[in-house]
Design a protein around this ligand. Structure first.
Ligand SMILES: NC(=O)c1ccc[n+]([C@@H]2O[C@H](COP(=O)([O-])OP(=O)(O)OC[C@H]3O[C@@H](n4cnc5c(N)ncnc54)[C@H](O)[C@@H]3O)[C@@H](O)[C@H]2O)c1
Length: 249
């Protein structure tokens, strides 16, 4: 399905990003897997088996515009195009109250989840415009629609901002055959979530979800595949909820 495509995934060594990268590799794409963590990149790549052949790892911090610009420049000079960008780098910090959030924590969460996507989108759009073709998919969150189940007000703000970025950029690129969409996963079972909540706490969260279960990486991957499909050219500026019915709009 994506055999002639060059795909960049930020946070690609993580739970959701890793699942997305694997799907694109299985579909024949050349996948640049970006992450800030060299150890996560190494262990992700070492588990790819045969799929590793079409995977390129690239260590960079998406919060740095210089690092993002170098990464995009490198990909374009080496592979000559960038067809799909998935912004999956991100994390939340638990903060029961706004008073618990320091200036540095606010900046950290906003810088990765929102500014990082701004940097990658800004850097990649001239290339996609030149190609007259592209797909941008931002991994926002249920938090961006309502409020975070686990993290604090900084995370909710960042993910809501990412939905604004998605809509506005979609409008800007409307006549360039580039779609920009967002996915809003609910609580999805990844290492990030399992580190922040005990098994018992996650079981309690599951009882509050109408479908009575947490989301899986695969649930999010399916939504990414849908938006990345180059046959889907008339859907842009939207956000897709993948949350087991916890929030409907
Ligand atoms: N797991 C959930 O319940 C859930 C729900 C909604 C949205 N999300 C979003 O999905 C995305 C992936 O989350 P996950 O659960 O897979 O977490 P994860 O921790 O498994 O993956 C995130 C990856 O991003 C990388 N990363 C962090 N900061 C970075 C930076 N500055 N530059 C580049 N890479 C960086 C991490 O090293 C990690 O590998 C995040 O944006 C998260 O906010 C997750």
């Amino acid at each position: 399905m994506f055999s002639d495509k060059v795909v960049l995934i930020t946070g690609g060594a993580g739970g959701i990003g890793g699942g997305i990268a694997k799907m694109f590799l299985e579909q024949g794409a050349l996948v640049i897997i970006n992450d800030i963590s060299p150890s996560a990149l190494n262990s992700y790549l070492s588990n790819l088996g045969e799929l590793k052949k079409k995977a390129v790892s690239y260590e960079a911090n998406v919060s740095s515009s210089a690092q993002v610009d170098s990464m995009i420049k490198y990909i374009y000079s080496k592979f000559g195009r960038i067809d799909v960008l998935v912004n999956a780098a991100g994390f939340g910090i638990i903060a029961p109250s706004i008073s618990d959030i320091s200036d540095d924590e606010w900046d950290l969460v906003l810088n990765v989840n929102l500014k990082g996507a701004f940097y990658t989108c800004r850097s990649v759009t001239p290339i996609m415009k030149k190609q007259k073709s592209g797909r941008i998919i931002n991994i926002s969150s249920l938090a961006g629609k309502t409020k975070s189940v686990i993290a604090g007000v900084h995370y909710t703000s960042a993910k809501a901002g990412l939905l604004g970025l998605t809509r506005h950029l979609a409008d800007e690129l409307m006549t360039s055959n580039i779609t920009v969409n967002a996915i809003c996963p609910g609580v999805t079972k990844t290492n990030l979530v399992c580190e922040q909540k005990t098994k018992e706490e996650l079981a309690t969260i599951a009882t509050k979800i109408p479908m009575q279960k947490l989301g899986t990486v695969d649930d999010v991957v399916k939504a990414v595949k849908y938006f990345a499909d180059f046959e889907n050219s008339y859907i842009t500026g939207i956000s897709l909820d993948v949350n087991g019915g916890l929030f409907m709009n």
